[in-house]
Design a protein around this ligand. Structure first.
Ligand code: 1CP
Length: 340
């Protein structure tokens, strides 16, 4: 059993830091593109446990990373609450229905009632655990309530998420009701992921950085805090992208690992988050377009910067789909051969 990831997450001694990549399962792998080409679309892959299991394990086989992350999406949560999504090829997610007004929030399902519908995710986790047979730990995940809410209001990706931010100002009470419903659903969902076999949970607050500090403290952190306090069985990682202004507060959460994006350097991340947490990150995904020697040097510098204990090597955000696979391997292999 390769349990480097779990030992590093718990702050235990490791021989070298573990490595995995956000979005490691996907278009960077030819075997993913081959399988995806035979299917009707993204949702078929996500909703068929055997297929989700297959693509979850592909990067473990191909890249020798120290963790698998279950192939799914943060948008399965709004779907079971009542707002289904479509994945438009080449464009991304689209919601035919969105939250338009406060009363729309009342009609949404939440908690257990919503979470039970995600049986395909729990089955995929069970199957993947069986197939992995202890080779590496399996990461489960969900979006942070604020990030999930942003899609439920906006209906797609956005540069500004101004509809979502407008709602916070115009409908603060409905915003809190909605965030609590997403939180209750997410807690029930993550507990079931753990029961199915997830070894670690990561919370993605991808749109943390578009809120100001006060709004972040009011509309995001309290809900992430509830999730961290509810998930007691396995280590929890909180990745609040671009929320450098909130790193001190994230460091106070009841989580084990804090994800760092490439806008914050290792020393500053450590001093802001404090000594008790493991840090994860933070290579600029664009660095993987550079020459191999540049990638190797940057990876070594990053490990020296974070220190090789209480540290998990990753990118500062998901790997871009057109990244050359050989460059991804240069990055991973540099970590696998690292000795302090
Ligand atoms: O290995 C893995 O990490 C794959 C599993 C995975 C994860 C962890 C996918 C598959 N999505 C996610 C999380 C996710 N989904 C996040 C949080 C992480 C992040 O910030 O990247 C977010 C914001 C989403 C929403 C989403 N899904 C987007 C972004 C839309 C925007 O705002 O611009 C997109 C493009 C998707 C589609 C998607 N999800 C996953 C894949 C492989 C894809 C591409 C779709 C395809 O193959 O057609």
């Amino acid at each position: 059993m390769n349990d480097l990831l779990l030992r590093a997450a718990r702050g235990e001694q490791v021989e070298r830091p573990p490595v995995w990549l956000m979005r490691q399962a996907g278009r960077i792998l030819p075997q993913y593109r081959a399988l995806r080409g035979k299917l009707s679309g993204f949702k078929e892959l996500v909703e068929t446990p055997e297929l989700a299991c297959e693509v979850t394990i592909q990067p473990v086989d191909e890249l020798n990373v120290d963790a698998a992350i279950i192939f799914s999406d943060i948008l399965v949560v709004p779907e079971v609450m009542g707002l289904s999504y479509e994945m438009i090829p080449g464009k991304g997610p689209m919601f035919p229905m969105t939250i338009q007004q406060g009363s729309d929030v009342d009609n949404l399902l939440s908690g257990e009632q919503a979470a039970v519908q995600l049986d395909y995710v729990y089955k995929a986790i069970e199957l993947t655990k069986q197939e992995l047979a202890g080779r590496v730990p399996l990461i489960g995940f969900a979006g942070a309530p604020w990030t999930v809410m942003a899609y439920m209001l906006e209906g797609s990706g956005s540069k500004t998420f101004s509809k979502a931010r407008r709602f916070l100002y115009r409908q603060p009470i409905a915003s809190r009701v909605l965030l609590q419903k997403i939180t209750d659903t997410t807690i029930a969902y993550l507990k079931k992921q753990v029961k199915a076999g997830a070894d670690l949970i990561q919370i993605f607050d991808s749109w943390a950085g578009i809120l100001g500090p006060e709004q972040y403290a009011e509309f995001s952190l309290p809900y992430i805090r509830q999730i961290c306090e509810a998930i007691t069985e396995v280590p929890v990682t909180v990745f609040a992208k671009n929320a450098w202004f909130a790193l001190d507060a994230v460091g106070q959460l009841d989580c084990d690992v804090v994800g760092i994006d490439w806008n914050t350097n290792p020393a500053e991340a450590r001093s802001r988050v404090g000594a008790s947490k493991t840090l994860q990150g933070n290579l600029d995904p664009c660095l993987l377009y550079a020459e191999p020697e540049t990638i190797q040097q940057a990876t070594r510098d990053m490990i020296e910067g974070f220190g090789h204990q209480q540290y998990i090597v990753n990118l500062g955000h998901g790997v871009y789909p057109d990244t050359p696979l050989d460059n991804v391997k240069v990055f991973v292999n540099e970590v696998l051969s690292y000795s302090s």
